[in-house]
Write a protein that binds this ligand. Structure first.
Ligand SMILES: Nc1ncnc2c1ncn2[C@@H]1O[C@H](COP(=O)(O)OP(=O)(O)OP(=O)(O)O)[C@@H](O)[C@H]1O
Length: 473
């Protein structure tokens, strides 16, 4: 038995439309129990009487529409209640999107639609833009959770084109997943929910099946051309899926974007090209700008005649995280990918759950495998260090283009493989005649490898691999 003193518990009474905000430091964990009333974390409803656990420097808020009482066990570095939240605006935005879904489904099923105007019966395809720390990911999560909680069987597609966020995989990826159950928030290591695994135990009941592409860098400016291509790949796959999945098509999609899309000069900057790539690839019809007047005006001017541009306020609760925090989150993501999610509960809490799942169901047991380098083909897209092409001297051309797959020799001292994360890609086309030069750029990720050195090279392959979306051709 542990001889640790039980952690201190506090009772918080929240008034209508207020929220309890907390921030955890490294190593801290927290348990929150809903004692009375109804409450939610970024749209995910808390079950009454259950201990909900949080860890890995989680920063979040328990919001209530009508008032509630919660019991908080543990000592977060920051905790306070605020009744100044933008949730009413977010709720209204959700209602507007919900009306679009209902009209879209009526149209798809051939039922009479109140509006004759065809464009009014498009499902919501929302692009969320905003500067750093404006709460874009949180807005995407709230809107997605409200859609799946509407009880209409919606499965909105949540798209992440921010490579600095791991979403369901690791940082450096772009991904999409159809969401059928509310996404919990317990740890930034899987802030958008948990992907299904190939582990032979029963795991998260709410496991997602994302489609993932490997961009390979957390920063968008490293290779905007490649990013553009991945965005278009995601769009093509989603459109294929929508052709067969009418309920999914009517549910629409919500796209989370990187902060670099919101700032920088308009000219000679890839951000406007990347925004355009998103609008084209995902057939965006609503642009949501979170708390940025200048960007709102810019989007109104550029796209106002084609799509609806809506500005919403930023929440005062959004935490401004720094570079070292992001690096730690990238490590948490990889660790969670390999080992599953393990949050040690505060002392005295024995029956904690994470997003409604029992803790033991989220633990993985990876094994290491020694693989000969001669059995692997490792590619790098472009060069290790590559300035954008518009930064090259006038008239200069590259020897290796941004999109070129360069075979890496693991034995060469400058291979750059030590401690690198590699993506394992799905198989190339079995028909040799169908293959093409840049095919590697269009293959989805099926797993990740971490390269490390002991006395010899080893390759660790997580027991947890991503599944691609099933296409029913
Ligand atoms: N109301 C809130 N109360 C407490 N924490 C919050 C609140 N809203 C968001 N956060 C936290 O603030 C952090 C940043 O929010 P979020 O990731 O949504 O911002 P972002 O604009 O997507 O960030 P980035 O610029 O990195 O893409 C997250 O840890 C999130 O959980």
């Amino acid at each position: 038995m542990s001889d640790k003193k039980p952690a201190e518990s506090k009772i918080w009474e929240l008034g209508p439309e207020s929220e309890f905000r907390f921030e955890l430091d490294p190593g801290q964990s927290l348990a929150i129990k809903l004692v009375q009333g109804r409450a939610e974390i970024f749209g995910f409803e808390l079950a009454e009487g259950k201990q909900h656990l949080f860890g890995f420097e989680c920063k979040a808020a328990v919001f209530t529409w009508k008032g509630c009482v919660i019991e908080v066990t543990g000592e977060p570095s920051t905790e306070y209640v605020s009744d100044d939240t933008p949730m009413r605006t977010y709720g209204n935005l959700h209602i507007a999107l919900e009306q679009m879904r209902v009209r879209a489904l009526s149209e798809i099923r051939g039922s009479p639609v109140p509006h004759q105007d065809k464009t009014r019966s498009d499902p919501p395809r929302v692009l969320v833009l905003g500067p750093e720390h404006s709460g874009k990911t949180t807005v995407c999560k709230i809107l997605t959770n409200y859609a799946v909680r509407a009880g209409q069987g919606w499965t909105p597609f949540l798209v992440n084109v921010d490579p600095s966020e791991g979403a369901w995989a690791a940082a450096g990826t772009l991904s999409v997943a159809p969401i059928s159950g509310p996404i919990p928030t317990a740890s930034p290591a899987n802030s958008l929910g948990t992907a299904a695994t190939t582990a032979p135990v029963s795991l998260s009941s709410n496991a997602l099946l994302p489609l993932v592409y490997w961009y390979g860098h957390p920063e968008t400016k490293r290779n905007p051309l490649l990013l553009d291509r991945m965005i278009r790949n995601l769009g093509e796959n989603i459109n294929d899926r929508f052709e067969l999945d009418t309920q999914g098509r009517a549910s629409g999609l919500i796209v989370d974007t990187p902060p670099s899309f919101a700032s920088g000069p308009a000219s000679s900057n890839p951000r406007l090209r990347l925004i355009k790539a998103c609008i084209d690839a995902f057939t965006i019809n609503v642009i949501v700008v979170v708390g940025h007047e200048k960007l709102n005006v810019e989007m109104q001017r550029t796209y106002g005649s084609l799509v609806q541009v809506v500005k919403i306020p930023k929440s005062g609760g959004v935490v401004e995280v720094d570079h070292s925090y992001r690096e730690r989150v990238h490590n948490y993501e990889l660790h969670t990918y390999m080992y599953g999610q393990i949050i040690p509960p505060p002392a005295g809490i024995t029956n904690g759950t994470m997003g409604g799942e029992t803790l033991t169901d989220l633990v993985l047991a990876p094994s290491s495998t020694v693989v000969n380098f001669s059995d692997l083909q490792i590619y790098r897209i472009g060069l290790e260090t590559m300035a954008p092409s518009d930064a090259l001297p006038v008239g200069a051309t590259r020897t290796v283009s941004e999109m070129q797959a360069v075979l890496v020799n693991p034995a060469s001292p400058g291979s750059g493989l030590l401690n690198a994360v590699l993506a394992l890609l799905g198989p190339a086309n079995p028909d040799e005649n169908e293959r093409y030069d840049e095919e590697i750029l269009d293959l989805p990720v099926v797993g990740f490898l971490v390269m490390w050195v002991s006395s010899f090279f080893q390759v660790g392959l997580g027991s947890f691999t991503l599944h691609c979306m099933q296409h029913q051709h």
